[in-house]
Each structure stands twice: as structure tokens, then as C-alpha cells.
Design a binder for this molecule. Structure first.
Ligand SMILES: [Zn+2]
Length: 142
């Protein structure tokens, strides 16, 4: 519990800032995804929030659709929390490798899903109101 309190004390402000930036971007652009805001294309993490919301409703099929690696993310978080706060383990480097594997699997799933489902099915849709499109309109006087 001491380590948990220390982590909260060390990281609460950074987490608060990240949440606030996301809320502000969402208010302005309708999303907090930097890639979608700039290019209009979804990134591998797009749909994660909607996946988590579906999980809270116990709608596992929808959760998997929005973020196929969600089970891996949850397993990672549970295992990481267990090893950090309940039964500490010095082999913390293993967690970095597991995180890298989850990211690689997520990126591979993203390319497959982009090939298969883009742009018809959310979260794999194109957002017209993006910065590059706005600049293009300004430059061409549209
Ligand atoms: Zn994204």
C-alpha cells in the first residue's frame, strides 16, 4: 500500500494533465487522437475508450471490436498491478517486453483491420474535419 500511495503521489498530476488535454481536444475536435486530428485517419489505439466503455457494460463482443488487444491490456494491467503492489518482483524488465509485444500485436491487428474494414466501420473511419483537410481548403481557397 505504501508503494501505491507513493505512485499516486508521484503521478497524479501528469495523469490529471493527460486527462485534461484529452477532454479539451475532444471538445474542440471531437476526438483526442492526435493522428485523427491531424490526418483524419485512425491510429492503432483508436477505439480503446469505447472498448473500455463496452467492458463496463459487460458487452465483450463490442469491446473486442473496438480494441482487439483489450484482453491483453487488461491481463497486463492486472499482472503488473499484482507484481508491483501485492507481490513485488524485481524482474520489472519483463513488463517492458510484454508491453512491447502487446503494442506490436495491436499494430498488426490495426493494419489488418484497416485493410479489411476501413473506412466503413467505426473506429476505422476517416474524419473529414482534420487539420490537413482544413489547410488544403485554406490553400486552395475552398
Ligand atoms: Zn487514435
Amino acid at each position: 500500500m505504501k508503494l501505491l500511495k507513493q505512485d499516486i503521489k508521484n503521478y497524479w498530476f501528469g495523469l490529471f494533465i493527460a486527462v485534461m488535454v484529452c477532454v479539451i481536444l475532444d471538445r474542440i475536435f471531437g476526438t483526442c487522437c492526435p493522428l485523427r486530428i491531424v490526418t483524419g485517419y485512425p491510429c492503432p489505439a483508436c477505439g480503446t475508450t469505447r472498448s473500455f466503455e463496452a467492458l463496463l457494460r459487460f458487452d465483450f463482443k463490442t469491446a473486442l471490436w473496438y480494441q482487439p488487444v483489450m484482453p491483453l491490456i487488461i491481463a497486463y494491467c492486472l499482472f503488473f498491478s499484482y507484481r508491483r503492489y501485492i507481490k513485488p518482483d524485481e524482474r520489472i524488465k519483463l513488463f517492458g517486453g510484454a508491453m512491447a509485444a502487446i503494442i506490436i500485436i495491436g499494430i498488426l491487428a490495426y493494419f489488418y483491420r484497416m485493410y479489411r474494414y476501413f473506412p466503413e466501420r467505426p473506429p476505422l473511419e476517416y474524419t473529414q474535419n482534420n487539420i490537413i483537410n482544413q489547410l488544403r481548403r485554406v490553400c486552395h481557397g475552398i
